[in-house]
Design a binder for this molecule. Sequence first.
Ligand code: AGP
Length: 594
Amino acid sequence: MCGIVGYIGYRPAQAVLLNSLQRLEYRGYDSCGLALLDHAIESHRSVGRVEDLKHVLTPSPATAGIGHTRWATHGGVTEANAHPHMDCKNNIAVVHNGIIENFQALKSQLLAEGHKFRSETDTEVIAHLIEKHFDGDLERAVGFALAEIQGSYAMAVLCIGCRKLIAARKESPLVVGVGDRENFIASDVAAVLDYTDRAIYLEDGDICTLSEREISISNCGKGVSRKTCPVTWTADQVQKGGYEHFMLKEIHEGPKAIADTMSDRLSLVEPSVILEVEKLRAARGVILTACGSSYHAALLGEYLLARLCRVSARAVISSEFDEVEPVLDKDLIIAITQSGETADVLRALRKAKSAECGTLAIVNVVGSTATRICDNTMFVQAGPEVSVAATKTFMAQMISMYLLALSNSVLDPRTMATLLESMKLLPAKVNEVLLGESQIAAQAARLAKFDDAFFVARGINYPIAMEGALKLKEVSYIHAEAYAAGELKHGSFALLGPRMPVVVLAPPDETYTNIQTSIKEIKARGAPVLAVVDKSDTELEGFADDLIRVPSVHPLLYPVLNTVALQLLAYYAARARGCPIDRPANLAKSVTVA
Ligand code: AGP
């Protein structure tokens, strides 16, 4: 979490940094700040969002600077704890994303040496360490400071009298945006899309010095060269494009994300999938690991690999990865992560690598850390996702799970062909769900009046019920829990009643009869039921209080359509409650702390 940016060039740095910081607000929005380098360093900080920071700024001619948007870890949400942090003499400014694990020991030592601290953050020790080592050579001082630090960092440093930016990374993402007579650094390439379409993805241990015309990188004291890569994402993709919220725009981009992720992979010639097929067959065990929504995609994957491939796979929450039985070198570990930067996922992957397991990352962000740790990467083609709540990337992750399972399936050719044909229709079917948006909005407005909700499903749709509950909690702050329908009666029935609406996924698959029974049992306890059913369903009309109808599709593909319905339900419930939809309280999109 936290986003950092830096600029050196010919444009007024303040405007560039503010614009880039706004693109990174999904990484944290507790406070923000920037430091501008001219003859002196001018620093401005504010609790709240970049929009709030703008109010405390005055125009500046500076053409170099650094900026930060914070998700608080060490120290409360105060202006004093907002970045940039300075050394004692206000000569050196630092912005940082990561955690300095030995900061208490370093701080005690620096205090004993006479340094004056003004914040409770771990970051401030970096500014004082650089000050301690600075003898006129900023790169050297940064190198010495980093040698004393334990932990993770992406950081940028400015110093009075040095017309350059120094940036460094270890276990936190950092990208260099390569321009003409100007250069940028940022936590994520989305921050610099307005200015350049070329990027260098820094590696762990890299220290990078940027001036307007030069970029030099060293690692372990030696000069290294890193590839400049073209960036395929565009600035348009990170604009709201007429929608009130990014979440709604991104739900509407679902059909394209699905189509792009399938693209020619449906012919099953996608090289990384084929490669994984061999590994899947050779693997002793398959573990899918992920967090949050991505974990729900992993659960879908677990189901599909068992059902279509007869491969016994397990989905493990990444933060629990250490607690499962030891992984062995013959295991295949599949990490699903939109950002490719989630600390718990990376930790699981590093453990898998050290056990010499095969590793595959299913990722949306090019150049992200997961892609560099894993043997192979399968990119989902969702494009940049800005809203903290994952929507189109979750759809694309589900499609990747289907592709992975299909490419290794034991289905007979006819069944396989039917399923593939049905998959091709998914973008159009999702569009049909989107056409029912206004009706779902009205149903969501009714749901928004409650404080709690249950989401219930069976089989392949159970992970989707979990995702529906997470989405509703995340954006509308309605407390929601998901249950396998048969499990409700083992305790949670106690909570059923008129104030506990139950959203039931009731597709016409082999679970349908049992789900009908569950609905009757729920209704008998007085709870209102909103059922998500096939458009031709006639049986549930009499039982459920309200229905969301989705188009008919292959029974195994209802999870995709149900997901879109539940995303819309969460979005419109949040809207009815007046919630800050794209920036929910206490959350950040990319959780880079363990
Ligand atoms: C979903 O809406 C959340 N933003 C969150 O659960 C997210 O899926 C999780 O933090 C994992 O992120 P990743 O896919 O980038 O690893």
